[in-house]
Write a protein that binds this ligand. Structure first.
Ligand SMILES: *[C@@H]1O[C@H](CO)[C@@H](O)[C@H](O)[C@H]1NC(C)=O
Ligand SMILES: *[C@@H]1O[C@H](CO)[C@@H](O)[C@H](O)[C@H]1NC(C)=O
Ligand SMILES: *[C@@H]1O[C@H](CO)[C@@H](O)[C@H](O)[C@H]1NC(C)=O
Ligand SMILES: *[C@@H]1O[C@H](CO)[C@@H](O)[C@H](O)[C@H]1NC(C)=O
Ligand SMILES: *[C@@H]1O[C@H](CO)[C@@H](O)[C@H](O)[C@H]1NC(C)=O
Ligand SMILES: *[C@@H]1O[C@H](CO)[C@@H](O)[C@H](O)[C@H]1NC(C)=O
Ligand SMILES: *[C@@H]1O[C@H](CO)[C@@H](O)[C@H](O)[C@H]1NC(C)=O
Ligand SMILES: *[C@@H]1O[C@H](CO)[C@@H](O)[C@H](O)[C@H]1NC(C)=O
Length: 278
């Protein structure tokens, strides 16, 4: 099995990240540079990072237990921060990244939402960052989730597909290069006309297709028939159509990633191993 040493240089982390000790951002708890929140089971961590030799700062989510650390989601991927003097806060019912002048650099929700509601952002142990309206503590209401806005990595439980209500695709887009997480040239998306996964160059020119979905595997991916550790499913209803997957074994960690060279990398980490299997 090949090992991917490239990830060694993917991300340069701040030397002293201090966990705030919780998994939640609220009006009372914000994250500033050097601080992180961690999911309850310790699988994922969220905070500021600087990729490669970049001088810019980004908010990301990475595996907490795996080393070398690797970012799976980036909030402000095309809106770099040039200073570490910034905060990820809850403001007027929204999750907002503000710079030192309190300018909004990135926010989770585009529209204005009711400033009176009480909102928290929770980092779940599957790597999903969810924004809840907790005005009624007994009945939290989901407002937004990072799994609906994947960047370059497809985690178990996330979606690759199409939201018919917002007419928005959920797709993976490669980084520009190892130091710049801005959207690059390669994307992995769902072909809504045939229920298959396709890979495109510059968002238009298709250069790989998975073949049609037969309910369990893709016709052009024979690897899926042996060693099948995935439970892929295709959901199509009035609101959305998408592919999602789970793993058949909780001691495995898995990801699909659209990498900077245009390859989809499907990787599995067996519990107790020291690196990914490609
Ligand atoms: C924030 O702190 C105030 C005062 O301690 C408290 O009343 C409120 O419930 C807290 N809000 C959240 C969302 O934790
Ligand atoms: C927020 O609460 C204030 C005071 O209770 C009220 O006047 C205002 O209409 C509320 N705003 C919204 C958008 O509900
Ligand atoms: C990455 O891309 C940015 C522009 O997006 C460029 O300024 C930078 O030099 C590139 N870095 C590397 C290591 O190629
Ligand atoms: C990608 O496509 C856009 C038009 O959609 C075009 O302007 C751009 O030059 C293309 N990029 C490259 C690298 O060819
Ligand atoms: C998961 O898949 C592997 C590979 O096919 C198989 O050996 C194993 O028994 C499966 N485990 C479960 C819990 O289904
Ligand atoms: C496979 O995925 C479907 C749909 O997401 C789910 O209902 C089912 O429980 C999963 N099966 C296993 C063995 O994980
Ligand atoms: C589609 O969205 C509507 C409105 O949010 C919801 O009531 C309905 O249950 C959804 N349908 C499915 C199949 O999820
Ligand atoms: C899950 O995977 C681990 C490591 O490969 C293996 O030791 C274990 O038996 C598997 N469990 C099941 C239920 O298949």
């Amino acid at each position: 099995m090949k090992k991917s040493y490239s990830i060694l240089i993917l991300v340069q982390f701040l030397c002293f990240s201090l966990s705030l000790g919780g998994d939640t951002i609220s009006v009372n708890v914000s994250v500033s540079s050097g601080q992180t929140i961690m999911s309850s089971g310790g699988n994922f961590e969220l905070g500021f990072f600087r990729p490669g030799d970049s001088r810019s700062y980004y908010i990301g989510i990475w595996y907490k237990k795996l080393y070398p650390q690797e970012v799976v989601w980036v909030a402000n991927r095309d809106k770099p921060l040039d200073s570490a003097d910034a905060n990820l806060i809850i403001s007027r019912g929204n999750l907002v990244l503000v710079d030192r002048l309190q300018n909004s650099i990135w926010s989770a929700l585009a529209g204005n939402i009711n400033p009176n509601i009480s909102v928290t952002a929770l980092l779940r142990d599957d790597g999903n960052l969810i924004l809840n309206d907790v005005s009624k503590a007994s009945m939290p209401l989901l407002l937004w989730q990072s799994f609906d806005y994947p960047t370059h990595t497809f985690l178990p439980g996330a979606k690759i597909g199409y939201d018919k209500r917002t007419q928005r695709k959920q797709l993976l887009i490669s980084w520009k290069n190892l130091s710049d997480p801005a959207p690059g040239l390669y994307s992995m998306e769902m072909d809504p006309t045939r229920a298959q996964i396709v890979v495109k160059w510059n968002r238009t020119r298709e250069y790989w297709a998975s073949g049609s979905w037969d309910g369990r595997t893709f016709s052009l991916v024979p690897e899926m028939r042996t060693n099948y550790i995935y439970n892929f499913s295709y959901i199509d209803n009035e609101n959305e159509s998408y592919f999602t997957y789970s793993l058949n074994n909780s001691s495995l960690t898995s990801k699909w990633m659209m990498d900077v060279s245009g390859l989809i990398k499907q990787q599995v980490w067996f519990y107790g191993n020291i690196d990914w299997n490609l």
